[in-house]
Design a protein around this ligand. Structure first.
Ligand SMILES: Nc1nc2c(ncn2[C@@H]2O[C@H](COP(=O)(O)OP(=O)(O)OP(=O)(O)O)[C@@H](O)[C@H]2O)c(=O)[nH]1
Length: 319
């Protein structure tokens, strides 16, 4: 195997600034509306992507929404991380003071223990809390918060389906920013009467660093076009090589590991016959070239489906 260099992808300052500060208007509006609703909320259900429990955290939530209401942190998509790292992750988020109550969930297996434990854990928390001016109200409201694409809507749908046969009350999608409506109210329990308020995924107005932004992009919490799918694939290759995960070699039909993303994508595109027609500028004729954008899209998709392996992407932040 040739010597790998593990060079993190680097970009011009203007480009990095652009995607570190991506904050569409609906996120600012959503944040304001959530703050206004806090008075009517009995518990906050914060959802994270278990692959990035640290770099995927929106610190603005802590200063604006958390601390005044009971709070449960759910680490969703736990089917995409290794089981033997659950306790390390749990300790990390508790040590950071993110939450004292933490559950791992996998919305793809709604009958699994994590999802089933969400409502009983919350019920336990809200029953013991004094509700000030709302003591006489018969129903409870939970506010669901999180960065985009972590599975908030999926979790709400699963919880809701325990009580109703109607499927998919809330729209779910593989792209960040599907939920734009603010605070849709959905009943999830009769006894006690509990409503969930769905909210749009909200990123920090300024993501802390380039690596955190790449991990968010890799987990689809930022839209692919903001970072560029080849850049995302490049970060993925860097991360896999750095951590000694070489399953991509076989999956992409390569002979050996490589740290050259263009080489990797070109070889994979040729193996899969992913080509595109384009004009050769020197001759003016149409020529067929490997479609490296399609190759990058496939490679990133394999990661997102867990087909390249199960990974805790924030492991370096524990060092
Ligand atoms: N593997 C896996 N995928 C999940 C899980 N939960 C949700 N997903 C997928 O993640 C993607 C995003 O899910 P959503 O429920 O739309 O996420 P969201 O947080 O509501 O997204 P926004 O509306 O963008 O804020 C979808 O493709 C879901 O199918 C899970 O536990 N495991």
């Amino acid at each position: 195997m040739s010597q790998l260099k593990y060079l993190r992808p680097s970009f011009g300052k203007a480009f990095a600034k652009n995607f570190l500060q991506w904050f569409p208007g609906h996120m600012g509006k959503g944040m304001k509306q959530m703050q206004q609703q806090l008075m009517n909320v009995d518990c906050i259900l914060e959802v994270h992507d278990a692959r990035i429990p640290l770099s995927g955290r929106n610190e603005v939530f802590r200063t604006t929404l958390l601390g005044v209401r009971p709070h449960l942190l759910v680490l969703n998509k736990c089917d995409l991380i290794p089981k033997d790292q659950h306790s390390i992750i749990l300790n990390a988020v508790k040590n950071k003071g993110y939450a004292s109550d933490v559950l791992f969930t996998d919305c793809r297996t709604p009958e699994g223990p994590g999802v089933r434990d969400v409502l009983p854990t919350i019920t336990n928390k809200i029953m013991n809390v004094h509700r000030y001016n709302r003591q006489s109200e018969k129903s409870y409201n939970l506010l669901v918060i999180g960065v985009p694409n972590v599975g908030k809507s999926s979790l709400i749908n699963v919880l809701r389906n325990y009580h109703s046969k109607r499927k998919k009350a809330t729209k779910v999608g593989p792209v960040a920013g599907v939920t734009r409506s603010v605070l849709t109210k959905i009943q999830v329990s009769y006894e006690p009467l509990i409503y969930l308020l769905d909210s749009p995924g909200i990123l920090e107005p300024q993501v802390r660093d380039v690596e955190a932004a790449f991990r968010l992009a890799l987990c689809a919490s930022m839209q692919d076009h903001l970072v560029g799918i080849i850049n995302i694939a490049d970060y993925l290759l860097y991360w896999l090589n750095k951590h000694g995960h070489y399953s991509y070699v076989e999956k992409l039909g390569l002979k050996e590991p490589s740290d050259d993303i263009l080489e990797v994508l070109t070889l994979y595109a040729l193996n899969e016959k992913l080509t595109k027609k384009m004009k050769d500028l020197s001759t003016g004729k149409m020529v067929v070239r490997p479609n490296i954008e399609s190759a990058a899209t496939n490679m990133v998709r394999m990661f997102r489906r867990g087909e390249l392996g199960l990974f805790f992407l924030d492991c370096d932040l524990l060092l």
